[in-house]
Design a protein around this ligand. Structure first.
Ligand code: SAH
Ligand code: DHB
Ligand code: MG
Length: 223
């Protein structure tokens, strides 16, 4: 099996189970024209995040790593009109592209974009007494994943879900010697989660249009 055949199956899943408008072809085209890297979640993963957010009846969602807002839109559509996504990104251009996509999809009211290094923005959010959140998606720089995860748990209500993208890194996560910074970040995240008695977690390997990677899913203990 190769990445090309994994992509064919991702396309099949998209065609069968997602309406063209849901899969946001237009957002992806707009991001490409704006020169953004094509590192948005795949359509099947975007929809999984949406379904998981629906399952916990999410009203308050935190996202770390907006890019052009592709995953943000999946998540915002899991909310009712009174719900809110707060999405953080360090790149001003990424956020302005995201803003245009959200505007076109009629979701601007439901999303608050916060510019800054996520470590700084998280500290500010804490000062603002942010939370409780029902769902968090972590998908920014991989080195800081354990740090972001700790904040996500602090902001969470009991029963909230925290999902972290790119935790497998083509298998690099299982290699202590990996030279991939992202894989080392994922290893630190697994160590952190393993020792964190506030959550129960698992991770799923995925193959698809984005190669071999995976998602960590944690549930914050409690009702
Ligand atoms: N979640 C998006 C993809 C995010 S790509 C989607 O699926 O559509 C990763 C994003 O993290 C990039 O936009 C990058 O600018 C941002 N990022 C990288 N380092 C960051 C940091 N330290 N703080 C906040 N955002 C960061
Ligand atoms: C990268 C980041 C991502 O969020 C992703 O899904 C894939 C790759 C990266 O920085 O290389
Ligand atoms: Mg990612």
């Amino acid at each position: 099996m190769t990445e090309a055949s994994w992509s064919v199956v991702d396309d099949f899943i998209k065609r069968k189970l997602m309406a063209a408008q849901d899969a946001q072809e237009e957002t992806l085209r707009f991001n490409q024209r704006a020169g953004l890297p094509a590192i948005d979640v795949s359509p099947p993963l975007g929809k999984l995040l949406q379904l998981l957010a629906c399952l916990v009846d999410a009203r308050h969602i935190l996202e770390i790593g907006t890019l052009g807002g592709y995953s943000t839109i999946w998540l915002a559509r899991a909310l009712g009109p009174d719900g809110k996504v707060v999405s953080i990104d360090v790149d001003r251009k990424h956020l302005s592209v995201a803003r245009e996509n959200l505007e076109r999809e009629g979701l601007s009211e439901r999303v608050e974009l916060r510019l800054g290094a996520a470590r700084d923005v998280l500290i500010k959010l804490k000062d603002e007494n942010y939370g409780p959140i029902d769902f968090c998606f972590i998908d920014a720089d991989k080195e800081n994943n354990a740090y972001y995860f700790n904040y996500a748990v602090e902001f969470s209500r009991p029963g909230a879900l925290i999902c972290v993208d790119n935790v497998i890194r083509a298998g690099g996560v299982a290699d202590p010697e990996s030279s991939d910074e992202g894989a080392q970040g994922a290893r630190r995240l697994f160590d952190f989660v393993a020792a964190d008695t506030r959550v129960e977690a698992t991770a799923l390997q995925t193959v698809g249009s984005k190669g071999w990677d995976g998602l960590l899913i944690a549930r914050v203990n409690g009702k």
